[in-house]
Design a protein. Structure first.
Length: 133
């Protein structure tokens, strides 16, 4: 946890909704029927990127699918991965590639409520579009 707090303090984008303590409280509150996936990027012994997801099953009438979604994405419009300042584009591309790998085991990838003027949005959209997802 200390390494995540250190990363957050050195991150390019900080809100209360991407603090490690907030993610931890959400996980403890909503752990039922969800599988957690933590996308971490390390440079040696230093974590430089962190984006927690949950995978859950959701349906509408008789149609069911497994969804991959950033933790608590529907609860805030200020959600963002934690990425070390100066490495945003590089780390987000790696994270999007990881999301694409996971897409084989889930039916739907859902990344709602990113802040439009956040530099992360353009990188995420461009990378996922270029992969055909």
């Amino acid at each position: 946890r200390k390494c995540l707090i250190r990363l957050w303090n050195n991150s390019s984008y900080q809100t209360v909704f991407n603090r490690p303590e907030w993610f931890e409280s959400i996980i403890l509150s909503y752990k039922k029927n969800k599988t957690y996936y933590y996308y971490e990027v390390w440079e040696g012994d230093e974590i430089v990127g962190f984006w927690p997801f949950w995978i859950y099953r959701e349906g509408y009438k008789d149609l069911w699918a497994r969804k991959l979604e950033p933790i608590a994405a529907m609860m805030t419009d200020q959600l963002s991965p934690i990425i070390k300042r100066g490495l945003v584009a590089q780390i987000l591309c790696l994270m999007c590639d990881g999301i694409n790998e996971l897409s084989r085991s889930v039916g739907i990838i859902k990344i709602p409520h990113l802040i439009i003027d956040n530099e992360h949005v353009d990188i995420i959209v461009d990378r996922l579009k270029s992969s055909g997802k």
